[in-house]
Write a protein that binds this ligand. Structure first.
Ligand code: PMT
Length: 421
């Protein structure tokens, strides 16, 4: 475990903006003039700020002012050439901890709600995996318009998006009503709250498995299953966003800012997980590991024969979770998953106990459109101390966020001194 974690997390809870990379998007409304003060406040709070202006924003605030306030190059053009083969703005979108757009005009909200990316800022928002916070500012009639309300509702319901509501007051054109951008103090407080809740796994070493193993039969065929890796990748992403040092052992290739160990078979997954296990604070085993593999793998492609039948002899694979449950230390947490087609609670409880897990997440794989391969799941979560929760259908990332909260609670409990009477 990272020995500096306590002191680092203390300083971050005092100042959640410290060392965080914030993309400050500015769109073309009169409130854009406030972006300079906002950039300065964010930078003085310790954040690394990169401003991105839409073409219309440049009518209200100059790149030079924002460059001076952020002390960084200001990005305005989608097609600027900076001599790098990877465009700098895409790199920035990838490394951002948070995207804050203030002001967000009616036009910008409409583009984001519909996935239009016809300028640098909207392109970067589509390219980022970071939290996106929007501070709308516009004329009250424009805000009230059903089109804008509809776009706000779409964005509000989109995972990772948060609207910082506008305030009621006199707007620049002299009208009175809702549409005034939230005060800079409100924006700073909301950003701080969002960032502090998202660094809660700072310094924790998390090992996550994803995908289904493939057990070869011959050079072209294998025994596999329907796992897409989405659950495991969502878990790894959520933990990484909260500051954990994540290692993902996956059967699915993904490009991520944390280490990804690509494996194919149960044996390869076992080797990778066992190698990493000692260094981890928690293991989250979402992978669908094949329980059986062919006893022998043919070196040549198996040919059709005269006979109608072919017999494939299988043997048991190692149960990775079972083996690690036996050797886990008291300061390690293991979360397993259970894919069940009947008696979900009973079977999940039995696996929780037999495999010596701290938590098990059970999903009923007979329910259509959830579980294997889909973006959503509905699960029960059982803990070794008798806890039980039902999470109704929701995106896998939302389930992953919930599991991060559970991990945080268990880490905290492990560290609190036991009260003895
Ligand atoms: O990948 P997705 O398409 O997003 O789908 C997600 C999922 C449905 C695969 C996931 O939610 C899930 O249920 N994963 C567990 C699948 C599974 O193998 O369940 P199980 O009940 O057979 O295994 C119980 C636990 O033991 C699992 O944590 C599994 O990783 C582990 N196991 C199983 C067999 C084995 N040989 N070794 C293991 O470690």
């Amino acid at each position: 475990m990272n020995k500096n974690r306590t002191s680092e997390s203390n300083s971050e809870s005092l100042n959640p903006l410290q060392h965080r990379t914030i993309l400050l998007g500015v769109s073309g409304g009169i409130a854009a003039y406030k972006a300079c003060d906002l950039a300065s406040m964010l930078r003085r709070a310790g954040a690394e700020v990169h401003a991105v202006l839409t073409p219309n924003a440049k009518e209200f605030v100059t790149p030079l002012s924002l460059m001076t306030m952020t002390r960084n190059t200001v990005h305005c053009s989608q097609f600027s050439f900076d001599g790098q083969w990877r465009p700098e703005h895409i790199e920035l979108a990838k490394k951002a901890d948070l995207v804050l757009i203030a002001p967000a005009t009616a036009d910008l909200l409409a583009k984001l709600a519909n996935g239009i990316c016809d300028d640098l800022l909207t392109t970067m928002v589509l390219a980022t995996r970071a939290q996106v916070m929007l501070a709308p500012a516009m004329n009250p009639q424009m805000l009230e318009h059903p089109a804008t309300q509809n776009n706000l509702a779409i964005l509000q319901n989109r995972y990772r998006y948060e609207i910082i509501p506008s305030e009621i007051g006199e707007v620049a054109c002299g009208d009175w009503g809702a549409g005034k951008m939230a005060s800079l103090e409100t924006i700073m407080a909301t950003v701080g709250a969002r960032l502090s809740s998202h660094r809660t796994l700072n310094g924790r070493q998390l090992l996550v498995t994803a995908g289904g193993t493939r057990e070869p039969i011959d050079p072209v065929r294998f025994i596999g299953n329907r796992s897409s890796g989405k659950m495991g990748i969502a878990m790894a992403d959520a933990a990484h966003a909260r500051g954990a040092d994540v290692t993902l052992v996956s059967t699915v290739e993904v490009d991520r800012p944390y280490p990804v160990i690509l494996v194919e078979t149960a044996f390869e997954m076992q080797e990778a997980v066992e190698t990493e296990f000692d260094n981890c604070d928690a293991l989250v085993m979402t992978a669908a590991v094949a329980d059986f593999r062919p006893i022998s793998v043919s070196e040549q492609k198996i040919k059709k024969t005269e006979s109608e039948d072919i017999v494939l002899e299988l043997t048991k694979n190692p149960d990775i979770l079972d083996l690690l449950g036996r050797v886990k230390r008291k300061d390690q947490i293991i979360i397993g998953f259970a894919a069940e087609s009947e008696a979900l609670f009973t079977h999940a409880t039995e696996k929780l106990r037999r495999k010596n897990l701290d938590v098990i997440v059970g999903n009923d794989i007979t329910v259509p459109d959830i579980g294997f391969g889909s973006d959503d799941n509905a699960v029960i979560i059982l803990t070794v101390d008798g806890g039980r929760e039902n999470l109704s259908r929701m995106p896998k990332r939302a389930i992953a966020e919930h599991l991060c909260d559970i991990l945080l609670g268990r880490f905290t409990a492990l560290e609190s001194p036991k009260v003895t009477k």
